[in-house]
Design a protein around this ligand. Structure first.
Ligand SMILES: Nc1ncnc2c1ncn2[C@@H]1O[C@H](COP(=O)(O)OP(=O)(O)O)[C@@H](O)[C@H]1O
Ligand SMILES: [Mg+2]
Length: 468
């Protein structure tokens, strides 16, 4: 973190110092898990549902925290505010203002934000010190904690911005003042929160509206709702997509599901061979390339960085080979019709004649059309060549299974992740490709991790399970 005295911190967040030396300094990032605190860091105490963060304040300070940001005095150095979330936002804004050499790139959209950030981070790192941490730190708490990672040397910050409501992105963008803004796609995720795609579009376009005239909007030309945001941009627009200025030509996918293509831009062309698994990530690579072009004309540098970028965040097309010859694809961080169709396509490409098992959980937050989306997904799974499907969760998961069954797939429907794990154990066999995907709350990521851990610890394990 950019060094701040506790007095400066209190004034930046509009809080009161308690039990503290105003001249002491914060030098390390914001954490809200006391176990992750670094010496000189700031521990943000939230009154949680099950545990009150304030109870861990003394422990955080004992472990090296310089100060606690909380809503009441805690007997150790603290800045006390009315609303810790709002205070974190004010802190982020103050840090960005202090970071004079910093340029912020914002990323929003319904799908692909985290992966785009994870691809752009390594590209910008070639141009200067960059903060773009793995994971999904895209809300009013995660974004400020990401900002707290910047130091005096940081040149680029890539900020993922999620939106559950209209106004969320305006708030987040107001904190970090992005010069470049990327909108990936407008799709179904969180539709029930917004009601309609039109409202989703409005919410995501807030990033473009926040850009300065000398900034750059980076828009997906293949998504007409995103492309239409150009009208709202004071900044010049770079489009990416199938036939846009920044595009991928000669796309091929290797046997491991990794895409290669010629990155074509107004500044020239260069070959990219991605390490990420999934053809759908080409779009995200183009978004990252288009954003990077705001800072460099060196297309070969961009292509080289995209080709070196490894998967950074968990649960997104995380492919593990376990004994005996079983491939487990953990794409269970989140789920939506778009991302599940993409995952099925890649899983089928990987299977190449091997048996494809799909463990598909319900997709939450799809609103009134949810039954239809689930039924369609069952058909998509059948068309992709899934041979055995486990639907996991509520009646919508049952709809996936029923539709897949109608398409000739062998199916079962179980209520939860634990039942899914037990069933996979009974059903998987040597040579299978197992795709695991569903809304995060179902806990299917843990199932995938468990399977991979078993495969790693006991190579004979899967072989003994048979297919009965
Ligand atoms: N361009 C894309 N098209 C289809 N699916 C995608 C795309 N980008 C990412 N995904 C998938 O969507 C899910 C969420 O990806 P992520 O990058 O975490 O997006 P977000 O941060 O917007 O939730 C993952 O399953 C991922 O594989
Ligand atoms: Mg994300």
């Amino acid at each position: 973190m950019l060094t701040m005295t506790l007095a400066e911190l209190a004034s930046a967040v509009g809080g009161t110092l308690r039990d503290a030396d105003p001249n002491a300094v914060v030098t390390a990032p914001v954490r809200y898990d006391s176990r992750l605190i670094e010496p000189g860091g700031l521990f943000a105490a939230f009154p949680g549902v099950n545990v009150d963060g304030h109870e861990f304040a003394a422990r955080a300070v004992a472990d090296g925290a310089a100060v606690v940001l909380g809503s009441r005095p805690v007997g150790v150095p603290a800045v006390v505010v009315e609303d810790v979330r709002a205070a974190l936002g004010r802190l982020a804004a103050a840090l960005v203002i202090r970071a004079t050499g910093l340029t912020v790139v914002g990323v929003t959209g319904s799908v692909g934000k985290t992966t785009t950030k994870d691809l752009l981070g390594p590209v910008l790192s070639r141009l200067g010190p960059t903060v773009a941490p793995p994971g999904n730190l895209n809300n009013e708490i995660g974004l400020p904690s990401t900002v707290s990672l910047i130091t005096a040397e940081t040149r680029f910050l890539v900020s993922e911005m999620g939106a559950r409501n209209v106004g969320d992105v305006t708030y987040l963008a107001g904190l970090v003042q992005p010069r470049v803004g990327i909108v990936t796609a407008i799709g179904t995720p969180h539709l029930s929160g917004f009601g309609t795609l039109e409202i989703t579009t409005k919410a995501k376009s807030e990033l473009i509206e926040a850009l300065p005239a000398d900034g750059r909007a980076v828009l997906n030309a293949d998504d007409h709702r995103v492309a239409g945001m150009a009208a709202k941009s004071a900044a010049p627009v770079t489009f990416y997509g199938a036939s846009a200025d920044v595009r991928a030509e000669d796309i091929t996918v290797d046997a491991l599901g990794r895409a290669s293509f010629l990155l074509c831009t107004p500044a020239g062309s260069s070959a990219v061979a991605m390490r990420l698994i999934g053809e759908h990530y080409v779009s995200n690579a183009l978004a990252a390339a288009a954003a990077a072009l705001a800072f460099t004309d060196d297309v070969s540098l961009i292509a080289d960085a995209l080709s070196s970028a490894a998967r950074a965040s968990e649960g997104r097309m995380q492919v593990s080979e376990i004994e005996p010859g079983i491939t487990v694809i953990n794409d269970a961080y989140s789920s939506s019709p778009t991302s599940t169709a993409a995952a099925l396509k890649t899983a089928a490409a990987l299977a190449q004649g091997r048996r494809l098992l799909a463990v598909l959980g319900q997709m939450n937050e799809l609103g009134a059309d949810s039954p239809r989306h689930h039924t369609e997904l069952g058909g998509t799974a059948a068309d992709a060549g899934v041979r055995y499907l486990i639907g996991v969760g509520n009646a919508d998961a049952g709809r996936i299974a029923a539709a897949a069954s109608a398409g000739g797939v062998e199916v079962e429907h179980v209520p939860d992740a634990a039942a899914a794990l037990a069933l996979i154990h009974r059903r998987w066999a040597a040579g299978d490709v197992v795709l695991i995907k569903g809304s995060n709350s179902l806990g299917l990521q843990a199932v995938a991790k468990q399977l991979v851990a078993e495969g790693a610890s006991d190579p004979a394990h899967a072989a003994t399970q048979g297919n009965g």
